[in-house]
Structures are given as C-alpha cells and as structure tokens.
Ligand binder design. Structure first.
Ligand SMILES: NC(=O)C1=CN([C@@H]2O[C@H](COP(=O)(O)OP(=O)(O)OC[C@H]3O[C@@H](n4cnc5c(N)ncnc54)[C@H](OP(=O)(O)O)[C@@H]3O)[C@@H](O)[C@H]2O)C=CC1
Ligand SMILES: CC(=O)[C@@H](O)[C@H](O)COP(=O)(O)O
Ligand SMILES: [Mn+2]
Length: 393
C-alpha cells in the first residue's frame, strides 16, 4: 500500500528534496497534494511530474493563473487557494503523511491541524514548535500522531535515542543533548566585521543549501536558538540539558550524551535528503540519493564554543525558553520581522538581535491556551517589532 503524502511548501528547498526522495520510490509513496505560496512555474512542473489530486496555491491571483494554465492543457487537478485550504487538506481521511515544510509562522496552522488529525507528520517547520510547543505536543499526544523530526539536528537526536524513548530523559539515562552548529558564513567574525555584512553574504551558507530565511537565521545563530527550543519540546529536556557546540564541518549532525559516558551521534553528508528519507521510511530505511560518508576524506572534526557576544541571538533564545509561556512565540515573531527587514536592506545585521531583545522586553508573557492565543501573541509581537524596524529604517 502506497503512503499518500501531502507536501506543504513543495517549491521550497525541503519540498524539492522531499520530492527528489519520493521519486526514487514510486512503489512506496504517492504524492496526494502539493502546496506553495505563489511559485506556480515550479509547481506546475511538479504537478506534471507527480500528478497530485490537489494543489493548493495560497496566493489567490497565482492560484487563478495556475487553474487557467492547467485547464488550457486539459489537466484535471483540484486547485485550491487560501491558507484555510491547507488546514482542510491535511485533515482529509485519504491523507496518510504530511511533510510540513512551509517556512515561518505561516506553517503553524496546517502543521498543527495535521498533528490534531493524527497523521504521520514530518516536521521541518521548526517555527511551529517554537511558537506553540505545548499546544503542538499536546495535540500529538492526544491524537496519536507520529511526529518525525526533519531538522537535521533533531533527526540525528531522534536516531541516537532509544527506539522506545517516551520523553523522559531521567528514566532513559540521558545527561545532555548536544546540538551542532556550523557557525554559519560569519563564523569567527567580530562585531565590527558583522556591522557591514550584506544579505547576499548572509544567505550564502558554507555547508547547507537552504531557503533565505533559515540561511539568515544560521548566520545570526538564531537558527540554533530556535533549534534549542525545538529540542526542548520534542524531547522533553530542560534548557540546562541542551548544549550547543560549533562544528564547522557539519558532518556530526548532533549527539546524545548518556550518564554512563556514552555519546551517540548521527553523521552524514550535509544533505537534507538523508533525514527526509529516514522520516519517510521510519522505522525502515530507504535509499536517499546521498553519497555514503567517506571518513578518510573528512580528515578532521573541529569543535568550539559559540561566540555569544558576537551572536547574541542564541542567548536570547535560551532566555526566551527559560522565561517560557509566550516568550518563544514573541522571539520567533520578532525574528521573522527583523530577518525580512534585513533581507530588504531596511536594517543592518546587528539590528536583528536588538529588535528581538527590545520586543521580548516589551511584550508581557501570556499563557498559550491554544492556537488562537498563539496567533494573538504572534500578531502583537509582529506589530511591536515592525515599529522598532521602522524607527531604525
Ligand atoms: N532548507 C533546509 O535545509 C532546512 C529547512 N528547515 C525548515 O524547513 C522550513 C522550510 O525551509 P526551506 O525549505 O529552506 O524554505 P524555502 O524558503 O526554500 O521554501 C518555503 C516554502 O514555503 C512556501 N511558503 C512560504 N510562505 C508561505 C505561505 N504563507 N503559505 C504557504 N506556503 C508558503 C514557499 O512557497 P513559494 O515557493 O511559492 O514561495 C515554499 O514552498 C523552514 O521552517 C525551515 O526552518 C529545517 C531544516 C533544514
Ligand atoms: C540543515 C539544517 O538542519 C539546518 O538547520 C542547519 O542546521 C543549518 O546550519 P547551522 O544553523 O548549524 O549553520
Ligand atoms: Mn537544523
């Protein structure tokens, strides 16, 4: 029986890697639906290749154009639009598996709906967990959804934990988890050097090929900060048991340290098709198209402490995690606004942590009772952060 898969964010970096792996195993996987914001040229190529039953284009004008193009070619695909269509899509009973690979807060409602509907959920959209961790994990527990982390570090930790890990680190003998960080394109830079870096430099990641937003996050170390919060919710560890170490080769994707001194890790080439294939097939294994690691060619592995003075975003994320409640959602919203403004040349790279710091200080904590509460605090933090961007622009 083929798994029927929805790929949310199919035109992005993770979405394209997902389709690359799926195409290698037509016997196992069937693309039921593809979804994007507005890149319909690429989406149309994907529709031709995978022949899904449904395509969601969130932007209504782009959706109309795609509908017309497909109709002109006599193709029968159900094209839907609007973000609610994403939520209804993942709830359909004929959907088995959802790859949640929309970038940013826009991915939260559909990822959460897939969790609530008890689907097999391949979660790349880390912002969903950062914003709504307790709500999200509660939905997974209640529905019995199978949650498989795609983020390379969390997938590595998942693979390094016992198969029956139930979210209780003490009972499992875990001392710490260690998230590796490449250090990004500005590793080793001083604050003076960081003052003049450009968006083009920031999106040029030394090891991974990724979308622009996560690439800037990697450059500021906010990506690692978001990943610390993501790990906290996924694996049930407090901030004190989560360490970050800079590992520029990005070959060791993360590690688990046990109380007996054992350290288990997952290693591989820096190619997201490995964690994607792992999650698609789990608990089995399938080929991903990624070359086997040549350890001799790797030569050496380096490790260093992160520089929290030059890259304060990581410390801000630890602070938000320790504060709890709505603070991680505020951190995420302020970061999304600041990164968009930096990419738009409206603020400098070093303004990113300042906007986040000020927004975190301005927005009081509120309880996260459900999706509406999360979206309300997200909106409030965005408005606050935007005003701070404008005062700098
Ligand atoms: N890339 C990577 O290697 C990794 C990514 N991740 C996480 O995975 C997620 C995706 O990252 P990545 O693939 O790099 O991002 P990209 O920017 O490459 O792709 C984003 C995708 O989301 C779609 N999208 C954007 N906004 C909306 C919206 N409002 N509604 C619906 N769809 C939308 C885009 O559509 P369109 O093309 O039409 O704009 C595109 O398909 C992020 O959360 C990231 O942190 C995690 C680990 C590694
Ligand atoms: C591939 C992946 O999972 C990214 O999140 C990656 O971790 C980015 O690299 P750094 O944030 O370590 O630079
Ligand atoms: Mn990662």
């Amino acid at each position: 029986m083929q798994q029927r898969i929805v790929v949310l964010g199919s035109t992005g970096s993770i979405g394209q890697s997902t389709l690359d792996v799926i195409a290698r195993h037509p016997d196992r996987y069937r693309v039921y639906a593809l979804a994007a914001l507005r890149q319909i040229d690429l989406l149309e190529t994907q529709i031709d290749r995978f022949q899904p039953e449904v395509a969601v284009v969130v932007d209504p004008e782009a959706a109309d154009l795609l509908k017309r193009r497909l109709a002109d070619r006599g193709l029968c695909v159900d094209v839907q639009t609007g973000s609610d269509a994403l939520v209804h899509l993942v709830q359909r009973p004929d959907v088995d598996t959802v790859m949640a690979a929309i970038v940013g807060a826009a991915g939260l409602p559909s990822a959460l709906a897939a969790a609530e509907a008890g689907k097999r959920l391949l979660l790349a959209n880390k912002e969903a967990l950062v914003m709504a961790g307790p709500v999200f994990m509660n939905a997974v527990r209640q529905s019995g959804a199978v949650l498989l982390p795609i983020d390379s570090e969390h997938n590595a930790i998942f693979q390094s934990l016992p198969a029956a890990y139930s979210g209780n680190p003490q009972a499992t003998g875990i001392s710490h988890i260690v998230l590796t960080a490449s250090g990004g394109p500005f590793r080793g830079y001083s604050r003076d050097q960081l003052a003049t870096v450009t968006p083009a430099q920031a999106v040029s990641h030394p090891k991974w090929s990724m979308g622009k937003k996560i690439s800037v996050d990697s450059a500021s170390l906010m990506n690692k900060g978001l990943e610390v919060i993501e790990a906290h919710f996924l694996f049930g560890l407090p901030a004190e048991q989560i360490k970050v170490v800079v590992h520029p080769q990005s070959t060791i994707h993360s590690l688990v340290q046990y109380v007996d001194g054992s350290v288990l890790a997952e290693l591989g080439e820096p190619d997201m098709r490995t964690p994607i294939a792992h999650a698609l097939a789990w608990p089995e294994r399938i080929a991903s198209g990624v070359a086997l690691l040549d350890l001799v060619a790797c030569g050496q592995f380096d490790f260093a402490e992160p520089d929290l003075d030059a890259f304060p975003c990581l410390a801000l994320a630890f602070e938000a995690l320790k504060r709890g409640g709505s603070a991680p959602a505020v951190l995420n919203a302020a970061n999304e606004i600041a990164v968009a403004a930096f990419l738009d040349n409206k603020i400098a790279f070093l303004d990113i942590p300042e906007v986040i710091r000020e927004t975190l200080a301005a927005i009081p904590d509120t309880p996260l009772s459900g999706l509406d509460a999360v979206l309300a605090v997200d909106q409030r933090a965005r408005l606050d952060a935007q005003s701070r961007v404008e005062s700098r622009a």
